[in-house]
Design a protein around this ligand. Structure first.
Ligand SMILES: NC(=O)c1ccc[n+]([C@@H]2O[C@H](COP(=O)([O-])OP(=O)(O)OC[C@H]3O[C@@H](n4cnc5c(N)ncnc54)[C@H](OP(=O)(O)O)[C@@H]3O)[C@@H](O)[C@H]2O)c1
Length: 365
């Protein structure tokens, strides 16, 4: 990425308009097929999704939205080495920083005239701690596999505060993505055209970890679970708000996948030690998808669906059978319209406050 935060893999045709030169995005989009933007695309499930999308559709305009330029460039390189003719560009985006979201979206709006798919995939689970008492209890209850595959009751995290004054997990997993959607609304809501938002949520999303009175989960020890539950609620609210404008939102769970995120929970030697057991458990539980390729199944499946046919109350789960076959299965979410609408209103309020704060800072400078 260059100093203006982007590297473009494609040359955008330029047209003269009243003395100024600009990229003719509409011409570009028509010629180049579907436009897909993926946050957190440089590793894990996000990167595996990009590989799968390029294998499916060579005409795709794929934009990797990542916070780290070296890791982003390496991901782009690995995608191009398997798909040398692919159109892969980068935009620098730190979803936990509201300034970064505003800068990136300005860049994206200049580059594209529409977005067909926005994958809201970037996520963190900082300093996860295993609750060994819960682990010990769980092992001897009938819920051991459920506990391992969802992390329910097993994991707590240590959160911090961003420069915007928001809780880090909330800002990354939810609020930054909310602002991204709001800023990209003109590209996502195009007359006569439908677009999809696809959230990488989790089975760890739990109502009991979430409170409308503590949206950012300042008080609790499970900010990850809270933020993922909030993304399920937000997806529903976005459907209610935007379906009439051709924008549809869905949530998925990738299953238990070995990625940087899971390697943060326990040291890698431990995972290596228990890996044979994990593969064994896979025979009995389809939620142990284990590889990023398998974990990306539901994200990829949704790419092929007519969004109008999707049920906003369902979560789409990536599953892998004992024989290693991937499939997507739906499960009803524990969400309701009233809580979802209340969350949406609170997020709009919070957005106003954040924008005001940024404006004040700009004026001061
Ligand atoms: N692995 C699992 O078992 C599992 C289960 C359920 C849900 N999930 C969800 O799956 C999604 C992908 O995670 P993963 O398992 O593939 O882990 P991962 O390999 O760690 O991928 C996370 C991605 O998010 C990016 N990211 C983190 N913070 C960011 C920020 N502030 N701005 C922009 N990008 C940021 C990371 O970038 P960097 O490389 O720069 O850190 C990375 O590309 C997450 O939303 C996670 O919650 C994972």
């Amino acid at each position: 990425m260059t100093s203006n935060h982007t590297i473009e893999a494609v040359r955008i045709p330029e047209v003269k308009t009243g003395g100024s030169v600009r990229a003719d995005c509409s011409v570009l989009n028509e010629r180049m097929g579907k436009v897909v933007l993926v946050t957190g695309a440089n590793s894990g499930v996000g990167l595996a999704l990009c590989q799968r999308l390029l294998s499916e559709d060579a005409q795709l305009q794929l934009c990797l939205a990542c916070r780290n330029e070296q890791r982003a460039a390496a991901a782009r390189q690995s995608l191009l080495s398997s798909h040398p003719k692919a159109h892969v560009s980068l935009v620098r985006l730190d979803v936990s920083s509201m300034r970064s979201v505003l800068r990136a979206t300005e860049e994206i709006r200049q580059r594209y005239s529409r977005l067909d798919y926005l994958y809201l995939n970037a996520g963190i689970m900082p300093s996860p701690q295993v609750d060994f008492r819960a682990l010990y209890k769980g092992l001897f209850s009938g819920k051991a596999i459920h506990m391992f595959s969802t992390g329910e009751g097993l994991l707590t995290q240590k959160d911090s505060v961003t420069s915007d004054g928001l809780q880090q997990v909330f800002a990354t997993n939810l609020f930054g993505h909310f602002l991204l959607v709001r800023e990209l609304e003109p590209l996502l809501c195009q007359p006569g055209h439908s677009s999809q938002l696809i959230w990488t949520s989790s089975s760890n999303a739990r109502r009991s970890a979430f409170s409308l009175d503590d949206l950012q989960h300042k008080q609790g020890a499970e900010p990850y679970s809270s933020s993922k539950y909030a993304s399920d609620l937000l997806s529903l609210a976005l459907n209610r708000r935007y379906n009439s404008q051709g924008l549809y939102s869905s949530v998925i769970c990738p299953g238990l996948v070995m990625t940087n995120l899971t390697y943060g929970i326990l040291p890698s030697f431990f995972w290596s030690l228990i890996m044979p057991i994990m593969w064994l458990i896979r025979i009995f539980t389809n939620t142990f998808t284990l590889t990023p390729y398998n974990g990306a199944e539901a994200l990829f499946w949704l790419f092929m669906q007519k969004p109008e046919s999707l049920d906003p109350m369902l979560k789409y789960h990536s599953l892998t059978s004992g024989l290693g076959n991937n499939y997507t299965q739906t499960r009803k979410m524990d969400i309701d319209d009233a809580t979802s609408a209340a969350l949406y209103e609170k997020l709009l309020e919070m957005e106003k406050t954040v924008r005001r704060k940024l404006n004040d800072e700009d004026e001061e400078h």
